[in-house]
Write a protein that binds this ligand. Structure first.
Ligand code: UDP
Length: 323
C-alpha cells in the first residue's frame, strides 16, 4: 500500500512512519520541518519537504506516488500558544486541512486517517468521556481540530472521502529503542518538562494550578503511550479498507493521573527529587480529561499494551538520556 504521512517528521508521525514501514507499506512523508526533525524520519521512507497548504505539491504527490491513503499528523498542537496565536492555528490547521481535502477530491484519493484531540470535548461533567459527548472546546486549538473534523465529515457526504478520526488524549513516551521521542522547542508538555528537571536542565517544575476540583487540586489527564496510539492508526487504516466506512474514536486508557501523581511517578523512575512550584492556572486547561476507549476496543479491535505510567515515563527518560 502507498501511504502519504503528512507531518511524518514530528513526534507521533515519525513513530507512525516506522510502524507502517514495519508492516511492509511504501511510505511517503510530507513535512515542512517547522516543528519536525528530518533525522527522525526512517530512511526507508521517501521524504519530501513541503507544506500541506501547497496545492500543486500535495496533488503531485498524491498522483505521482499513487497514494492509497493519507495519514494527517501535520497540525499545530499547543493549547497555550493557540490562546495567544489563534490566527496561526486557523491557518496551519484549518486552511491546511481544506487544501488537503481539495487535493484528495481532485486527485481521487478517498481515504484518510486524521489526528484529532480530546480538546474537542472541553470541560465535561461525565467521565470517562465517550464519543457521543457534545463537543465544546475551551481553546482555539480544540476549535481548529473540531472544524477540521467537521470539514472531513462534509467532504465524505459530498465527495465520498472516507475517514477515521482519532481523538487523542495525552500522548506520551518514546520508542523502546530510544531513537524516536518528543522534542519541542520551546517545550511545553508535562512529561518532557518533568524529565528536563530530572536531567538538571531546569531547576523545577511549575505546576499550573492546584485549586482544580480534583483529588489533589491538580489537573488530571489520560496519558497514552505513543506506540499504542500508533497501533490504533494502523488498525484504522485496516478498518477503512475492510469496511469503506467513516468513523471516529477516542484513544486513551480510560483512567488518568494528576500532575502531582505524574511527578511522584517520575521521582520513582528517575530517583530525582523533582522540585516544584505551584503557579497560576494555564488558560484553556480543563480540570479533567479521561477517555472512554470502549469503542476503539470493540470496533477497531484495539488492544493497548503499555498502560503503565512508570513504563511510559521511563521510555521517554531513556530517549532523553540517549540524546
Ligand atoms: N502542566 C503543568 N506544568 C507544565 C506543563 C503542563 O502543570 O509545565 C500541566 C497542564 O496544566 C496539564 C497537564 O500538565 O494539566 C498536561 O499538560 P500538557 O501540556 O502536557 O498536555 P495537554 O493536556 O495540554 O494536552
Amino acid at each position: 500500500m502507498n501511504i502519504l504521512i503528512i507531518g511524518g517528521a514530528g513526534y507521533i508521525g515519525s513513530h507512525q512512519v516506522k510502524m507502517m514501514l514495519d508492516y511492509h507499506n511504501n511510505v511517503i512523508v510530507l513535512d515542512n520541518l517547522n516543528t519536525g526533525y528530518q533525522e527522525m524520519v526512517d530512511h526507508k521512507a521517501k521524504f519530501i519537504k513541503g507544506d500541506i497548504r501547497d496545492y500543486d505539491l500535495v496533488c503531485s504527490i498524491l498522483k505521482n506516488e499513487n497514494i492509497d491513503v493519507v495519514m494527517h499528523f501535520a497540525a499545530l498542537s499547543l493549547v497555550g500558544v493557540s490562546m495567544s496565536q489563534p490566527s496561526e492555528y486557523y491557518d496551519n490547521n484549518v486552511v491546511g486541512m481544506l487544501n488537503l481535502l481539495n487535493c484528495m477530491k481532485d486527485c481521487n484519493v478517498n481515504k484518510i486517517v486524521f489526528s484529532s484531540t480530546a480538546a474537542v470535548y472541553g470541560e465535561q461533567t461525565k467521565m470517562p468521556i465517550d464519543e457521543d459527548a457534545l463537543t465544546n472546546p475551551t481553546n482555539p486549538y480544540g476549535e481548529t481540530k473540531l472544524a477540521m473534523e467537521k470539514m472531513i465529515k462534509w467532504f465524505d457526504e459530498a465527495y465520498g472521502i472516507k475517514y477515521v478520526t482519532l481523538r487523542y488524549f495525552n500522548v506520551a513516551g518514546a520508542s523502546f529503542d530510544s531513537t524516536l521521542g518528543e522534542l519541542h522547542n520551546p517545550e511545553t508538555h508535562l512529561i518532557p518538562i518533568i524529565l528536563q528537571v530530572a536531567l538538571n536542565q531546569r531547576e523545577y517544575l511549575g505546576v499550573f494550578g492546584d485549586d482544580y476540583d480534583t483529588n489533589d487540586g491538580t489537573c488530571i489527564r489520560d496519558y497514552i503511550h505513543v506506540e499504542d496510539l500508533c497501533m490504533a492508526h494502523k488498525l484504522a487504516v485496516d478498518y477503512l479498507f475492510e469496511t469503506n466506512k467513516s468513523n471516529y474514536f477516542n484513544l486513551g486508557y480510560g483512567h488518568g493521573f494528576s500532575v502531582m501523581e505524574m511527578i511522584e511517578a517520575a521521582r520513582k523512575v528517575t530517583s530525582h527529587a523533582i522540585p516544584l512550584k505551584i503557579e497560576a492556572r494555564r488558560a484553556g486547561d480543563p480540570a479533567l480529561l479521561i477517555a472512554s476507549n470502549d469503542k476503539a476496543k470493540k470496533v477497531l479491535h484495539w488492544n493497548p499494551q503499555y498502560d503503565d505510567i512508570e513504563l511510559i515515563i521511563n521510555s521517554a527518560y531513556q530517549f532523553y538520556l540517549k540524546r
